[in-house]
Structures are given as structure tokens and as C-alpha cells.
Design a protein around this ligand. Structure first.
Ligand SMILES: Nc1ncnc2c1ncn2[C@@H]1O[C@H](COP(=O)(O)OP(=O)(O)OP(=O)(O)O)[C@@H](O)[C@H]1O
Ligand SMILES: [Mg+2]
Length: 426
């Protein structure tokens, strides 16, 4: 039986010729409906009368959620772009359309792509030249890592409720990595209200992360666009600011956040993401995949990250929260192997040798080792907060800074700086 196909290729001069050719020749394809817009295509998809859709990049209101809904309805998608329009091809791929062909491709090739899309044959190479090749030189650093897929690493900084110091650790790690000459992007992805801009003394009027997510959803985010949305705080440090207002969380759709991180991997060798604490899913809402979930963005970050740091406080209450948070993480994302960092270590709340006691307790209740202990140093953190500067600037010799620098070297894949010799100014 011929493959039943919907088309939505309005606005293109070649539409009727193509539809005619597909229908006429014996390509094993029957065009069952020619849709004029996205709404009609989505309505057609729900009728169950077609197995694939052929759509053009120019289709108005085409976004990631429309593509996702087509897939959810069991309709495979093939995209068409004006010959040579690599930007449009890139945009379609970002929206989740993996098969993209130039509109002047032979009808036989288009029919084959439709059949392969339905049977799920993996895509080998791209039908249109890699759009990254057309990226204008915008004073961007060379692509991080090897290969066009973007080799930058993503480190998520997460942890339980109770302000264990996620933001302090995320900002410190990003700043130290940048000082060690690792091109770094710090992303504030806290869906309960981000404070990275404030901590760094940036007068931020519009959250960069929301704009990036918006462009990602529209399929227009690329490496250059992401660079434009980020502040350049120092030669090697860019910052994508967060949602200052907690009620704007629906702007961080998980899918879009995933795309932002993919582009981040092309922009920076190291991306450090300051995450919110909660992983809870709203049971009422989660059965409906279309409903936004507040913690979906956090889950996406943790799932896509190369490393997940779990920042813990160092007193008994904070440790108990960490035990619970790690159990939640294991339930939600069993494949993630978090790196435990204990912050705010001090004498007092834990009797005896605090490090030893904490390591033993966490080992017993979570089965995890502590990778790093960071001391409590209120004087240093207060000095940083008071001036909107980083620990390297206000407390360069503090043990807290030294600990963060060593961890940054490890995560950034550079040799650990030895003593003061390696200190760098801005
Ligand atoms: N090692 C430390 N020594 C002293 N104070 C610290 C240390 N780490 C963090 N703090 C302070 O603790 C407070 C909370 O830290 P931070 O904002 O980094 O936590 P958080 O986990 O990001 O919290 P939130 O849940 O609000 O996002 C801040 O005032 C910060 O300066
Ligand atoms: Mg925080």
C-alpha cells in the first residue's frame, strides 16, 4: 500500500509541481491532504489517515511543539528548504525535523526520505551541507572541541533545598575555569528565580536564558545568537543571566533548554549551569505531556550534562537533605552519577573531624564519596556579595577560592594550578 502523506508546503513556487510529481509517478507515495497551514496539518495528523508529513521551513507558526505533536500523533516529518538555504535547514533540525531536503531534490529522493522517516531508518549525514559552515565570523572563538556537534562539556551544579551554595559554587567554578584560560559559559537556569546577574553585579534587564530559550523554540538559536545574548564578563567568561522573576519559569521549556545547551557546547569548552534544587514532578500535570512542568528544565539540564555536581551543606540538617535529594535524583535519572561537593564545612555543627564524619555519613547513606570539601568563609563570600565581584577578586588567598580553583581545573580538564604561581589577573 502506498504511503499516505500530508503536505504543507505553502508559499513555495514548486509546491504543486512537486505534489503532482509525487502523486503521479510510482514512488509508493499518495498525497492524501494538502494543508495550507500548521493548524490544518495538526488537525489532519489527528485523523490517523497519514503516516508522514512533508513540510516546508517557511511554514508560518511552525515550532518545536508542532513537530513534537506530529510525532506524538504517529506522523513522521520530512522538511523541505529552498535550495542552498542552510539556515532554514538548521532551523528545521533544531525543531526536531531530522530529514531535510532541498526543494529541488528529485521526487524519488523525497519519496525515499518519507518512507525512511516512517520506517525510522537512521539519518546518515545530511542532505544539505552543514549549515555551520555558513556561520559568519562574529569574533567568536573557534569551535570548542572536535567536530561540528560541539565538543564543549556541560557541568550542572545542583543540590538540595536549603541554599547549600549552588550559586556560589557555580559562579566560583565558572570564574576560576575562565581564569585558567578555559573558554567558559555560565548559565543561570534556576527556575525558582536566578540571582547570578545580581551576584556578579550585572545590571540585567532581560534574562538571557529566556531569550535563548525563545530563540531555541523558534529554531533560530545558533552559536552566534547565543553569544549575542550572553554577557562577556571577562575574555574567557560569558554569562547567560537567569529569570529574576520566579513566575517566569514557564519560559524555560525543557526542549528549548536542551537546545540552548547544545549550542552552549559549540560556544564554550565548559558550560556551568546553576540549577534549581527541586526534581519533583507534578503528578496532576505530568500525564499531559503538553503541560509545562516547572522542574522539567532542571531535569533536562541534569540529563544532558556531562557532570552533575550535588552541592551539599555541611551541617546535619543539610546532610540529611542531601541524602534525600540524591535518592530523588536516583529515582528520576538513574543513569546520572553525581559528584558530591560538600560546601560550608566548618567546626561546630558536626562533632570531631568534620570532613571525616561527613564523608563517613554520606558514604553510609548514599554510597557516594565526597569529591571536594569547601570551607565556610563568610568573610570572603560577604566581600564578594557586597561588591558584586568574585572570590578570585576579593579573597584570592582564601581556602574557599583555592578549593574552587582546584575543582574548576579538574572539571575544565586543565592541570591543577600549583600554589600562587598560577594565579592570573583579569
Ligand atoms: N563556603 C561558603 N562559606 C560561607 N558562605 C557561603 C559559602 N557558600 C555559600 N555561602 C553563602 O550562603 C548563602 C547561600 O548561597 P548560594 O546563594 O550560593 O546558595 P544556593 O544553593 O544557590 O541557594 P538558592 O537555593 O537560593 O539558589 C549566600 O549568602 C552565600 O554567600
Ligand atoms: Mg542559587
Amino acid at each position: 500500500m502506498a504511503l499516505q502523506v500530508f503536505t504543507a508546503v505553502t508559499g513555495a513556487a514548486w509546491e504543486s509541481e512537486l505534489v503532482g510529481a509525487l502523486d503521479r509517478e510510482d514512488h509508493g507515495v499518495t498525497v492524501v491532504r494538502r494543508c495550507v497551514d500548521v493548524a490544518e496539518l495538526l488537525a489532519a495528523a489527528t485523523t490517523g489517515t497519514g503516516q508522514a508529513a512533508l513540510l516546508s521551513a517557511e511554514l508560518r507558526r511552525l515550532d518545536g511543539s508542532a513537530v513534537a505533536r506530529l510525532h506524538a500523533a504517529g506522523v513522521a516529518v520530512v522538511g523541505l528548504v529552498e535550495p542552498g538555504d542552510t539556515r532554514a535547514a538548521d532551523r528545521l533540525r533544531q525543531l526536531g525535523v531530522v530529514r531535510v531536503l532541498p526543494a529541488d531534490a528529485e521526487p524519488e529522493a523525497i519519496a525515499r526520505a518519507l518512507r525512511e522517516a516512517v520506517t525510522g531508518v537512521p539519518v546518515a549525514g545530511h542532505d544539505v551541507a552543514d549549515p555551520r559552515a555558513a556561520l559568519p565570523a562574529l569574533g567568536l572563538p573557534p569551535e570548542a572541541g572536535a567536530g561540528p556537534a560541539g565538543g564543549g562539556r556541560v557541568v550542572a551544579v545542583w543540590g538540595p533545598t536549603g541554599a547549600p551554595g549552588r550559586t556560589t559554587v557555580a559562579v566560583g567554578l565558572a570564574d576560576e575555569a575562565a581564569r585558567l584560560d578555559v573558554p567558559t559559559l555560565l548559565v543561570d537556569a534556576d527556575v525558582y528565580g536566578g540571582v547570578v546577574a545580581q551576584v556578579l553585579g550585572l545590571l540585567d534587564e532581560s534574562p538571557g536564558v529566556a531569550a535563548a530559550a525563545r530563540q531555541a523554540a523558534a529554531g533560530t538559536l545558533d552559536r552566534a545568537a547565543l553569544a549575542r545574548l550572553a554577557w562577556s564578563v571577562s575574555p574567557q567568561l560569558r554569562v547567560l543571566t537567569g529569570l529574576a522573576r520566579a513566575d517566569r519559569w514557564p519560559e524555560l521549556r525543557p526542549r528549548a533548554v536542551g537546545v540552548v545547551l547544545e549550542e552552549a557546547r559549540r560556544l564554550a569548552a565548559l558550560t556551568v549551569v546553576d540549577c534549581a534544587f527541586s526534581l519533583e514532578e507534578d503528578e496532576e500535570l505530568s500525564f499531559d505531556t503538553a503541560a509545562p512542568r516547572r522542574n522539567g528544565a532542571t531535569l533536562t539540564v541534569l540529563e544532558s550534562a556531562d557532570e552533575v555536581l550535588c552541592v551539599s551543606g555541611a551541617d546535619p540538617v543539610a546532610l540529611q537533605r542531601t541524602v534525600r535529594a540524591l535518592a530523588e535524583l536516583r529515582d528520576a535519572l538513574p543513569e546520572v552519577e553525581p559528584i558530591v561537593v560538600v560546601n560550608q564545612v566548618r567546626r561546630g555543627p558536626v562533632p570531631g573531624d568534620a570532613r571525616q564524619e561527613i564523608a563517613t555519613a554520606l558514604g553510609r547513606f548514599t554510597g557516594r564519596e565526597v569529591r571536594a570539601f569547601l570551607p565556610a568563609d563568610r568573610k570572603a563570600t560577604d566581600a564578594a556579595l557586597a561588591t558584586g565581584r568574585t572570590l578570585a577578586e576579593v579573597a584570592p588567598h582564601s581556602a574557599l577560592r583555592t578549593g574552587l580553583r582546584a575543582l574548576a581545573a579538574e572539571l575544565g580538564g586543565v592541570p591543577a594550578p600549583a600554589g600562587r604561581r598560577a594565579r592570573r589577573g583579569r
